[in-house]
Design a protein around this ligand. Structure first.
Ligand code: AHR
Length: 530
């Protein structure tokens, strides 16, 4: 109720301020820029949760759904187009309840267990270590394996690393027996997940000690080099980051952070496909709330690690709405609209900006759970608006982030104290109505991605590519009539990208492009220069 009141106070003001024509300027410094946007910022996350793995990725070799060694062909094809750099598995909360030995050997001999974290579903362990690491090979992405330190043992953890990566020894022999001779390369390992909550309800001091103990026995075998990731804070828990930086320091390669665009953890989170304009603007404000949160965690890290040797990984992020009616409670199946596409674009733009410290992000999750790339229903598959944003942004992977500044109209949106009052931000926050990012790839191509957040008005955006002359431009746009538009199994192509021609170059100033952005649209321009 309070939220609605603040919105009704704020929106009329912002609408009064609305001009008949919106203009914005984006100045890009094309000759500056040193930081690479790590491709791992485009990481994905697959948990044993609902139909993310079973049904979404994996159907088994005997399924009538066309598959390659048990992996759905339609999903594999769609994911290959995203150039997924890294895939996190098996959780999430599931990770700290997962015993990897249950998931190896002949499938009909693997023990079943109840997935007590996610809906009490029977987990038959038919998707285990081999199935995951072989999937990563098919997708040509790096595996990121989260270890169980909540209910597992140090021995289990150390033997899992050995099983996956050692060329010889008892664990390698067991792996050979299970059909895989060569060890896999596994770089990223997570030492627990949300250890302050579902991963053991630990204090940061206790977790720091546990991290040190478990990490000691995660060894480098046979030339494999591990990159160890400490289970980091949720949102505004700066004490967690401070304590880990102090107590773990260089014993970790990275520290994680989880930030969801969610209305709150208690009660309804709102429907994925039914929402008001006010809900939409609030949501984008909450999404951009990640920027001050990142800054504060980074400031703490900078105090302990001025040389930036420890990376920050946002290894869970995205929207979290009410589960769709008629789906299994605890399976977190939600639809995905143009609103989610904006959350994806705005979040990625922020991650690019902090790419000096932020080296990996994993959207939650890859299929059928939370803000997915893909939704499946038996043999049917749809690509979500979020998928399309990830595809439009592929050229930013491993490109150099170009510094830019944006001048545009703003809107004030409420910023309440969710999460038990831990949000210490201001009561309102500023939502810029244009969001932008730019990068230069190794072929010298410049890519500029723009998002016109305004639901009602087009914007004329002047993009100044300072220090260069434009030779040619091409573009792709994602937009739709209504912000709640989405793809369904019946109408899978309601929201999709189109070639974009709404730009003009300027004969007098060769560094300038004028872009006419329709209301609620996301555009990526590819620019060749002289
Ligand atoms: O992504 C769903 C859940 O959200 C994960 O299992 C957990 O880590 C987080 O709370």
């Amino acid at each position: 109720m309070k939220r609605i009141l603040i919105l009704s106070m704020l929106l009329p003001l912002s609408l009064m301020a609305a001009k008949t024509e919106r203009t914005a300027t984006v100045n890009v410094q094309t000759t500056k820029g040193e930081t690479v946007i790590s491709r791992n910022i485009y990481g994905q996350f697959a948990e044993h949760l609902g139909t993310c793995i079973y049904g979404g990725l994996w159907v088994g070799e005997d399924s009538p759904i066309p598959n390659t060694n048990g992996y759905r062909n339609d999903v594999l094809g769609a994911l290959k187009d995203l150039h997924i750099p890294v895939l996190r598995w098996p959780g999430g909360c599931f990770a700290d309840d997962y015993h990897w030995m249950d998931g190896i050997g002949p499938r009909d001999k693997r023990p079943a267990k109840v997935n007590s974290t996610w809906g009490g579903t029977l987990e038959d362990n038919s998707f285990g270590t081999h199935e995951f690491l072989n999937l990563c090979e098919l997708l040509e992405c790096e595996p990121y394996v989260s270890m169980n330190i909540g209910s597992g043992t140090v021995r289990e953890t150390s033997e899992w690393v050995e099983y996956m990566t050692a060329s010889d020894g008892p664990m390698a022999e067991l792996r050979h027996k299970n059909g895989r001779n060569e060890p896999w390369k596994v770089k990223f390992i997570g030492v627990g997940n949300e250890s302050w909550g579902c991963g053991g309800n630990m204090t940061p001091e206790y977790y720091s000690n546990e991290y040190r103990r478990y990490a000691t026995y995660c060894k480098d075998f046979s030339g494999n080099r591990l990159y160890k990731i400490a289970s980091g804070a949720s949102d505004y828990d700066y004490t967690w980051t401070e304590t880990l930086m102090k107590n773990i320091g260089n014993r970790m390669h990275a520290l994680s952070l989880h930030y969801y665009t969610v209305l709150g953890w208690n009660g309804s989170k709102g429907k994925a496909t039914k929402f008001s304009d006010e809900d939409y603007y609030w949501c984008l404000g909450k999404c951009l709330g990640i920027e001050p949160v990142l800054k504060k965690h980074i400031d703490i890290m900078d105090r302990y690690d001025a040389r930036k040797r420890i990376d920050l990984l946002v290894d869970e992020w995205g929207t979290w709405w009410d589960e769709e009616e008629g789906t299994i409670p605890g399976h977190l199946f939600q639809q995905n609209t143009m609103r989610d596409a904006f959350v994806a674009a705005l979040s990625l733009n922020v991650f690019h900006k902090y790419a000096e410290r932020v080296k990996m992000c994993n959207i939650a999750q890859i299929a059928n759970v939370l803000q997915s790339m893909i939704l499946t229903n038996n043999e049917k598959m749809v690509l979500t608006p979020t998928y399309h944003v990830f595809k439009m942004y592929v050229p930013h992977q491993d490109a150099i982030s170009l510094p830019l500044d944006v001048t545009c109209d703003n809107m004030q949106v409420p910023n309440e104290r969710f999460n038990g009052g831990r949000n210490e931000e201001e009561p309102t926050r500023t939502l810029p109505l244009l969001s932008a990012t730019a990068s230069r790839d190794d072929k010298g191509l410049i890519h500029v991605s723009l998002a016109n957040v305004d639901l009602a008005q087009e914007q004329t955006v002047t993009v100044n590519l300072e220090g260069t002359k434009v030779k040619s431009v091409s573009g792709t746009i994602l937009t739709s009539k209504n912000i709640a538009d989405h793809n369904t199994f019946e109408k899978p192509n309601s929201v999709q990208t189109e070639p974009f021609k709404g730009f003009k170059t300027n004969k007098k100033d060769a560094s300038m492009i004028t872009v006419t952005m329709p209301a609620k649209s996301i555009v990526t321009l590819e620019v060749t220069t002289k």
